[in-house]
Ligand binder design. Structure first.
Ligand SMILES: [Zn+2]
Ligand SMILES: [Zn+2]
Length: 170
């Protein structure tokens, strides 16, 4: 999927959120943690990910564009908290008590583990196929191959050729 162009003002707001929260954490923890690298290369349905050793936060540009407030208020602190917890405590459970404490007591943000975003625009389209025994989903690429007569696919369970459509148990 092509990445959308992000307005400069939005990138600045994201960066400001990151810097504000980092400064707040450094003050409260009495540390000098450096600013993580911020990249807009997260793909798929995840809002963002934290890369501990790389000290990097990856944000999903498609979801960012559609959920600007939530990213600035929640996703950025959420991922920053993962990095800070790793520096502060080492490897612990990703959303355990250390992370919750970092979010709520240090960064002052409600510690929600996941974000509820509409993901239609980042979900890869899949096409329903069926065999004798179950429902299958083919990727756009495979579906196109079937349509053009270039490939056929078989179910590994029943061995039957997959046909477009929805499986109905009998
Ligand atoms: Zn997380
Ligand atoms: Zn089958």
């Amino acid at each position: 999927m092509k990445s959308p162009r992000l307005p400069i003002a939005l990138q600045q707001a994201v960066m400001r959120s990151l810097r504000d929260k980092l400064q707040q954490a450094n003050q409260r923890l009495e540390r000098h943690y450096p600013e993580p690298k911020l990249v807009y290369q997260q793909r798929g349905t995840a809002a963002g990910t934290a890369w501990l050793e790389a000290w990097e936060i990856r944000l999903n540009p498609v979801l960012l564009l559609e959920n600007q407030e939530a990213f600035i208020n929640e996703v950025v602190p959420h991922e920053l908290a993962h990095l800070l917890v790793w520096k502060q405590f080492g490897r612990v459970a990703p959303h355990g008590k250390e992370w919750k404490w970092m979010m709520e007591s240090v960064l002052g943000v409600p510690a929600r583990r996941t974000h509820q975003f509409a993901i239609e625009s980042v979900r890869s389209r899949a096409f329903p196929y069926r065999c004798r025994c179950q429902q299958h989903q083919l990727t756009v690429r495979r579906h196109n191959r079937v349509t053009r007569g270039e490939s056929e696919y078989r179910c590994v369970h029943c061995g039957e050729k997959l046909l477009p459509g929805t499986f109905t148990p009998v």
